[in-house]
Every structure is written in C-alpha cells, then in structure tokens.
Design a protein around this ligand. Structure first.
Ligand SMILES: NC(=O)C1=CN([C@@H]2O[C@H](COP(=O)(O)OP(=O)(O)OC[C@H]3O[C@@H](n4cnc5c(N)ncnc54)[C@H](OP(=O)(O)O)[C@@H]3O)[C@@H](O)[C@H]2O)C=CC1
Ligand SMILES: CC(C)=CCC[C@@H](C)[C@H]1CC[C@@]2(C)C3=C(CC[C@]12C)[C@@]1(C)CC[C@H](O)C(C)(C)[C@@H]1CC3
Length: 428
C-alpha cells in the first residue's frame, strides 16, 4: 500500500513509479483539528500545507518552531520524509518539534504514539516514507509569533571564513533564531542571521519581500556582495518564512528567465509564485528528459566542519551556484536518521539546485557524491532518490529499530521498505 497522493502533487522532481502498481489509499485529510494554548501544540491532519497552516497560526498569535520555506509542503510529507529550515540549528529537524502521531497500521488499528506512549513507534516514524502505516494526525509544538524577523546580511570571502563564522553563529542561540548561508561562487557568500522581534516604534522601513513586485530573494541577498557592506532590515514574519517560495529557491530562473525584470514583476508578478503541482502536471516528456539529463537537484546533510571540503568537491564535480547552506542540529537516537555520536551534533544541509556547469556531466555522478557523503558520516535527503545500493543505504540510515517495528506492526506484506520507495528505479 501507499498513499493516493499523486506524484504531480508531491514536492519532488521525479514520478513515484511505485504508485502505479501499489494499492493507493486515500488519506487526503487536510484540516486543523485544534490549537491548544495550554499545552502549546497544534493538532493537524497530515495533508495540510505550510502555506495554509502558517497564516492561520500567525493570526492566532502562534507559529511553529521549524516553519518550512515552500508553501506546498505538507506536514505528513515532512514527518515521513524530513524537513529542515533556518531555525533548525536551534530546534532540529521538523519532526523533532512534533509531540504525538496518530497512525493507522496495516491491519487497521489506530496507534497513538508520543515520547511516553509507544515511544519506539514514535521514534521510528520520521523518515519512514509511509512504510509503517498511514498518518492521520500530528501534534506540533507552537511558540508565540512576533511581527518581524530582524535579518542581518554579512558578505564573507573564502570558504574557511564561512565555515568558522557559521560555527560561531549557530552556537549563539540567544541572538540567532535563524541562520542561513547562500554561497554564490567558490569564494563568496552571504551569511544571514535573524531574530524574531516585535520591533519598536522607531522602525522606519520594513522590507515586505513577499509582495508580488519585490525581487527574487536570492537576488536581493546577492546584492550585498556588490556593496560588500553588512546590511540589516526588518522583514514581516510570514514573508521571511516563504522567502524562497516565489523563486523556488533559484529554480524559477530556468523556467521564467525574465521573471526578475522590474517590468515583468510590476505587470505580471501577481501571477507568481508558479504552482509546482501545475508545472508538474503540465510538463512534457521532453522537458522531463531535459531535466533528468542536464539538471541536478539534491540535498546532502554533513557535519558542519566539512563545509569547505564538501563545497570544494561539489564545485569540481558540479559547479552549481548558488548553494543553499542550512545548519541543523542532529540528536542521538534510534530512528532511521540520528547523530552517530551520543551527543547533539551540528550538521549543515547543502542544497544544490541547477544546471551543472562542468563539461562532462552525467546524472549517475550522484552516486559518487553519495559515497563521498557516506564517508564523511553524512546523510542525504531522499526526496530526490538514491543510487546507493541497499547495503550502503543501510549503512547511511540506521535500520535496527525500524526493522523491529516493521516486524511488530506486520508491515512486510503490506508496505514496501523505505529503500523500495527511494531508490532511483522507484523514482523516474
Ligand atoms: N526545506 C525542506 O526541508 C524541503 C523538503 N522537501 C522534501 O519534500 C518532501 C515533502 O513533500 P510533500 O509533497 O509534502 O510530501 P510527499 O507527497 O512527497 O510525501 C513524502 C512521503 O511521505 C509519505 N506520506 C505523506 N503523507 C502521509 C500519510 N498521511 N501517511 C503515511 N505516509 C505519508 C508519502 O507516502 P507515499 O509514498 O505512500 O505517498 C511519501 O513517501 C519530503 O521528502 C521533504 O524531505 C522538499 C523541499 C524542501
Ligand atoms: C531541502 C530543500 C530546501 C529542498 C528544496 C528543493 C526545491 C529546490 C525543489 C523541491 C521541488 C522541486 C524539485 C521542483 C522543481 C525544482 C526544484 C524544487 C523546487 C521543478 C520546478 C523544476 C522543473 C521541473 O520541470 C518541475 C516542474 C517538474 C519541478 C517541480 C518540483
């Protein structure tokens, strides 16, 4: 079995081939069940998107600790896959802010799990890609929302300095609610650090970057490299959260190359953002082949101290810029993905999206990168699929608890293994 959510709705580039031959179960539940100020949690159904949840929470004075930057991501997808954001250096991966799941198992039982009830099942659900059961409800922690994010932009030269500055900023939890780095070439990047604030009466200018006529966010950030000055500005909270949505990080420049031109923005900017589901539903086979052969989209999660080494490697093999760097804390545990040590460790997500500018690019090069990441004790995001074989995959992701829970919940003849859903043959 798998969910009946069609491939064109999912925030991935490839089609999930397995949907064609597995039994599709409709779990399209997308409501907010309740907001509980006492326990500081919100209970939602898994199909609700970030784009619907966040505005409702903000209106009620709340927000979630890890608010994802693309409006169409669903809560179910982020728990069953993983999610991280610029606040993950503080709160960890998205599922670490979830406190309770409701799961329907293969034989139709409803299991409620949390840190104290069915704790092993609770721990094995994240990253299991819907292979333990169907989620029907998720409780997420909420924190008080403030009006703005005061964001500081700091241009930095050399990868060494980016790495050391990132280590300093991610450990300053008092001042930094958000930390993110965009690298624009082998030498230069802009480090952003932000604090949620209600501001004060003296605020003269608020940059409402979410307005339709505003430039693409990554271009705005790049402008700080031209002036080479430290910048600071207030951005409304919701605009900050969805800052990469309008430009789909920087993917939109290959689809609408003139989309950042002021004439386009002022006349037709209101048509944006392009709906990923619509793009996927209407894309032709030729475009799909073109992307498969000439485009790279993937995220790798590596120890923070390997920033320089990894970016150099990605430069040689891919030469794609900008590069998204998002720090995240990984905690020890027993689930599929956790820190290999017995203490919390700071990692970084390195996101590479775009057309490789090297002369001999071949999509199977991804396998070499995956092995490189495996050697550094890193992980990869699985939404883009994997070329690792099953043994390598099991070295990267700890299957001990997962296998035991699959046996207890009698998953074997009802749900595939994670690997069967994320290997390259399952995603075409
Ligand atoms: N900033 C970030 O962290 C970003 C993360 N992503 C990635 O995007 C994905 C999320 O995208 P989204 O489109 O929301 O989700 P998807 O439709 O891609 O679903 C992801 C997985 O979650 C499973 N799933 C979803 N809902 C349920 C449910 N109710 N019960 C059981 N299993 C469920 C799906 O199962 P099935 O296969 O059966 O359908 C699928 O395997 C994640 O993999 C995430 O890593 C993408 C962009 C940004
Ligand atoms: C961990 C993080 C932050 C991941 C960000 C991933 C984004 C860059 C991805 C998610 C969905 C995504 C794969 C997508 C595309 C680009 C990269 C996206 C936006 C596009 C729009 C590229 C063009 C393609 O023809 C098509 C329309 C199918 C896809 C749709 C999904």
């Amino acid at each position: 079995m798998c969910t009946a959510r069609p491939s064109w709705r999912s925030m991935t580039i490839a089609d999930m081939a397995y949907k064609k031959y597995m039994y599709n179960i409709d779990v399209h539940l997308d409501g907010i069940v309740s907001i509980n100020a006492k326990t500081q949690t919100v209970r939602v159904e898994p199909g609700i998107t970030m784009g619907r949840l966040i505005p409702i929470l903000i209106e009620s004075g709340w927000t979630v600790p890890v608010a994802l930057d693309m409006e169409d991501l669903t809560i179910g997808g982020l728990v069953m896959g993983i999610g991280l954001e610029s606040s993950s250096h503080k709160f960890g991966l998205f599922h670490e802010t979830c406190t309770r799941y409701e799961l329907i198992t293969a034989n139709g039982d409803l299991i409620i799990c949390s840190k104290s009830v069915n704790a092993d099942i609770f721990e094995s659900i994240p990253y299991s890609y819907g292979t333990l059961g169907f989620l029907t409800a998720v409780d997420i922690q909420i924190i008080p929302a403030k009006k703005y994010v005061k964001l500081k932009y700091r241009p930095i030269r050399t990868l060494e300095k980016m790495e050391s500055r990132l280590i300093v900023e991610t450990s300053d939890l008092e001042h930094n609610d958000f930390v993110e780095l965009l690298i624009y070439n082998k030498e230069e990047g802009v480090l952003m650090t932000g604090k949620m604030t209600d501001g004060n009466k003296d605020i003269k200018y608020v940059n409402r970057i979410g307005r339709f006529y505003k430039p693409w966010f990554f271009k705005h950030v790049e402008s700080f490299l031209l002036t080479w000055k430290i910048g600071e500005e207030y951005i409304p909270l919701k605009d900050y959260y969805f800052r990469h949505n309008k430009s789909l990080f920087w993917e939109i420049q290959d689809i609408i190359p003139f989309g950042n031109h002021p004439v386009f923005r002022y006349l037709l900017g209101w048509l944006m953002p392009a709906k990923v589901a619509l793009l996927k539903l209407t894309q032709t086979d030729t475009i799909k082949q073109l992307y498969a052969k000439h485009h790279f989209i993937d995220d790798f999660i590596l120890p923070i101290s390997s920033l320089k080494k990894s970016v150099q490697q990605f430069h040689t093999i891919l030469n794609i810029y900008p590069i998204w760097v998002c720090p995240t804390i990984l905690r020890p545990g027993k689930g599929l993905m956790h820190s290999p040590a017995t203490v919390n460790n700071m990692y970084i997500d390195i996101g590479l999206y775009g057309e490789p500018k090297v002369s001999k690019y071949n999509p199977t090069i991804l396998r070499d990168l995956e092995i490189f990441v495996l050697k550094l004790k890193g992980f990869k995001m699985m939404y883009a699929g994997t070329y690792l074989n099953i043994d390598e995959f099991k070295t990267m992701f700890d299957h001990r608890l997962y296998d035991r829970i699959r046996q207890n919940l009698r998953c074997k003849s009802n749900f595939p293994e994670v690997y069967d859903k994320v290997n390259r043959k399952a995603r075409i």
